[in-house]
Design a protein around this ligand. Structure first.
Ligand code: AN7
Length: 363
């Protein structure tokens, strides 16, 4: 135990992931970095959750909800926006289930670029929509789904007048791979298994790239098995074909035709991992469990890999003593409606009297 009188180490000033990992990224000395000091998110050790699901391993949650716009998208966006500015782009555009648009809007504001976001009307969590509007992006809600929005964005990109900042932009993947670097740095090794949600499949592609590069650089001596999870009603990769009308309450991953499908398959195969699907009911259970057992409030999509972990423990796929990491891609406050709808408890309402409050507490 550290002595209470020891002088605390000064905290280094975190300048964002591009500066931290510049030697692994496509930047030069004079690249105009657009940053909100993203990255350096906590890796939270979760013993209670493991106990609750009956496992015997070490679990760490990489809480990406603590990025500047409260999702992992900021890692890719700092890189994509930096490169957009470097090449002189004027307008950036993306299709989004919500988090990409929130992040794009913020970084575009920071870079003084015009931003257009195309969203599936009625299927965006309220916090994400609030962000796009507040950061000043032109927000277009189509009466269609994410896949249709992305098709439109791809076509607009071909005009050469707008810069696409979806994860089909390879700089997004470059930025997002740094999460693997951080996990290895924080753990002092690579995990044995890495669990994460899969929607458009950019992130699983990026994590696998990051783990491989850190391994090749000699900083870690192994790479994890990548374990991806889709929602049962939106599981094109698991089912082996695009899903025309994807459905899930985890709107972040309500995607029927992932752009990085091949990247995901590559990661699964090369890492000896797996991809599977979980029901919305299992997602809701895991969503509530991680908040109530660990105090980690994530958005529903993040609960997919946790539901997957529960499934995997039951199936005996996680040997005792393993080191398991899971990415909690977005903050629970993104989707307050869903949280209130799912919470077991509603507020107890009473008159403003001591006796009434005491009675409710049972004192
Ligand atoms: C919380 O914002 O696709 O498999 O447009 O918001 O890399 O797509 C969001 C995806 C997981 C899936 N968790 O990541 C978008 C979007 C959260 C997300 C994913 C998303 P990918």
């Amino acid at each position: 135990m550290m002595s209470t009188t020891a002088t605390p180490e000064p905290i280094p000033y975190w300048r964002g992931l591009i500066r931290q990992y510049a030697s692994f990224l496509p930047v030069e000395e004079d690249t105009p970095i657009v940053s909100l000091h993203e990255g350096n998110t906590p890796l939270i050790h979760c013993e209670r959750l493991v106990k609750a699901i009956g496992g015997e391993f070490d679990l760490y949650l990489k809480f990406e909800g603590l990025n500047p716009t409260a999702s992992f998208k900021d890692r890719g966006m700092t890189m994509a926006m930096t490169k957009a500015v470097e090449k002189g782009a004027q307008v950036v555009i993306c299709a989004s289930t919500g988090n990409t648009s929130a992040s794009a809007a913020a970084y575009a504001a920071r870079a003084k670029l015009k931003c257009v976001v195309i969203l599936p009307d009625g299927n965006i969590a309220m916090g994400k929509l609030a962000q796009a509007l507040m950061y000043g992006a032109q927000t277009i809600a189509i009466r269609g789904n994410f896949d249709e929005a992305l098709n439109i964005v791809r076509e607009l990109g071909e005009t050469g007048k707008v810069e696409i900042v979806n994860s089909i932009n390879p700089f997004r993947i470059e930025g997002q791979k740094t999460a693997s670097f951080e996990i290895c740095d924080q753990l002092g090794r690579a995990p044995d298994f890495h669990f994460l949600p899969v929607g458009n499949a950019g992130n699983i592609t990026a994590y696998w790239k990051g783990y491989q590069e850190y391994h090749q650089s000699g900083r870690v001596s192994s790479t994890p098995a990548m374990c991806g999870y889709q929602a049962a009603g939106s599981a094109p990769i698991v089912d082996g074909h695009p899903v025309e009308s994807p459905e899930t309450l985890a709107t972040a991953i309500r995607i029927g035709n992932p752009a990085s499908w091949k990247g995901a398959l590559n990661a699964l195969e090369q890492s000896s991992g797996w991809i599977d699907k979980v029901t919305d009911e299992a997602i809701v259970e895991a969503y509530k469990l991680v908040a109530s057992t660990e105090g980690v409030f994530v958005e529903p999509a993040c609960a997919a890999p946790l539901a997957g972990l529960i499934q995997s423990v039951k199936a005996g796929r996680i040997p005792a003593g393993s080191v398991v990491t899971a990415t909690m891609t977005g903050h629970g406050l993104k989707d307050p409606d869903r949280a209130i709808g799912c919470a077991a408890q509603k507020p107890d309402v009473c008159e403003p009297h001591l006796e009434d409050v005491s009675r409710l507490i049972g004192l």
